[in-house]
Write a protein that binds this ligand. Structure first.
Ligand code: UD1
Length: 336
């Protein structure tokens, strides 16, 4: 079964291409390579022992989508393609709304006219904001996001819910990812941030490798056991496999019109300090760091209740933070 993976050369997308292929699907990538490197395709070929079908271009380009739908028997879409830099989204909001939402609408219109019903949408735990109760379940209230990026995820979810309410022939699953980290255990694909990484794990890896002098821990005066923020870090291969489970779930539905939401996390929180210590243990290196000011927009603590996806899809995360950081470190050493 052919599955279109938009943003399939990106971090989560490329790992999902591996998981899909291993599960017997034929992934078809569409990526404009605006935030991904062509070398990802070589990594995928090396892991899978064959070339992955890839179209270079914008997945909001309806002519390109039509061409792909004509050439490949696409039976479902996993939509990763989106901008994700929180800071940049605040200075260039229209770029984010056009790319993250304009593209989604064009993709949905193309799917409806081609009669392709199934879509998995990348959402984020950012929609929960600073939750009053932990762990967060899918019933926890969605809050007004602090960033334009976060708002594109919230509005993206609303667009899909509205399609369902209107009775359009679409079946969508909104997956709210917690913090994806790690790399494929082969060390052949992983996260490739462009410029200075804003996410913790790539920053830790580059600092550990000596590419940056030190990590700044953004605040140690939060109301958490060690004062640093707590997140639910999920191995990217676990997250990739959640998409395979979600696809199987969609294919078993016997309704033409559906929309549902699932948390995809481990259920366990780790603090920034715990993550640093875990990195030091798996790499055998000391990580230079300093304690700095809080980063605006950071919430003290968020982690998932993943019971719903486990109950309904039989999926749960199986890899540890140690495994994720070991794999991320192997990848970092390979790309130097
Ligand atoms: C961020 C985004 C989130 C997005 C996700 C994508 C914000 C507020 N949130 O999540 O919307 O979906 O990335 O992966 O930007 N930290 C440091 N030093 C650093 C970098 C991070 O101490 O140099 C800390 C942060 O304060 C935070 C934790 O590490 O407590 C994780 O940060 P990060 O990897 O950026 O992820 P989030 O902020 O959780």
């Amino acid at each position: 079964m052919h599955i279109l993976v938009t943003g399939g050369a990106g971090f989560i997308g490329s790992h999902t291409v591996v998981a899909l292929s291993e599960a017997g699907y034929t992934p078809v990538i569409v990526d404009d390579f605006s935030n991904a490197d062509k070398s990802v395709l070589d990594g995928l070929t090396a892991i899978l022992g064959k070339k992955v079908i890839c179209y270079e271009g914008d997945c909001g380009d309806k002519q390109l989508l039509q061409k792909i739908f004509n050439e490949q028997a696409i039976q479902g879409v996993i939509h990763f393609a989106a901008f994700k830099a929180v800071g940049e989204s605040m200075s260039e909001p229209l770029k984010y709304y056009r790319n993250n939402l304009g593209t989604l609408v064009a993709l949905l219109e193309s799917m409806v006219s081609a009669g392709i019903p199934d879509l998995i949408f990348s959402s984020s735990c950012t929609v929960y904001g600073d939750p009053a109760k932990l762990p967060v379940t899918e019933a926890s209230p969605v809050q007004q996001p602090e960033s334009v990026y976060g708002n594109t995820k919230k509005v993206g979810e609303e667009i899909l819910l509205d399609c369902q309410r209107a009775g359009l022939p679409l079946r969508s699953l909104l997956l709210r990812y917690f913090n994806p980290v790690g790399a494929h255990p082969s060390g052949l694909i992983g996260e490739l941030p462009s410029g200075v990484p804003s996410n913790l794990v790539p920053f830790v890896m580059q600092t550990g490798a000596g590419l940056r002098p030190q990590l700044t821990v953004f605040g140690d005066d939060y109301d958490t056991p060690d004062g640093t923020c707590i997140r639910d870090y999920i191995h990217v291969m676990d997250l990739a496999e959640a998409h395979v489970a979600a696809l199987a779930y969609l294919k078993k539905l016997n309704t033409p019109n559906h929309c549902d939401v699932f948390n995809v996390g481990t259920g366990k929180g780790a603090s920034v300090m715990e993550l640093i210590r875990t990195y030091e243990a798996v790499s055998g290196r000391k990580l230079p760091f300093t304690i700095g000011a809080r980063r605006s927009g950071d919430v003290p603590m968020v982690y998932a209740d993943p019971a719903k996806i486990q109950r309904e899809m039989g999926w749960s995360a199986s890899r540890s933070l140690e495994a994720a950081l070991t794999d991320a470190w192997r990848w970092q050493q390979n790309i130097q």
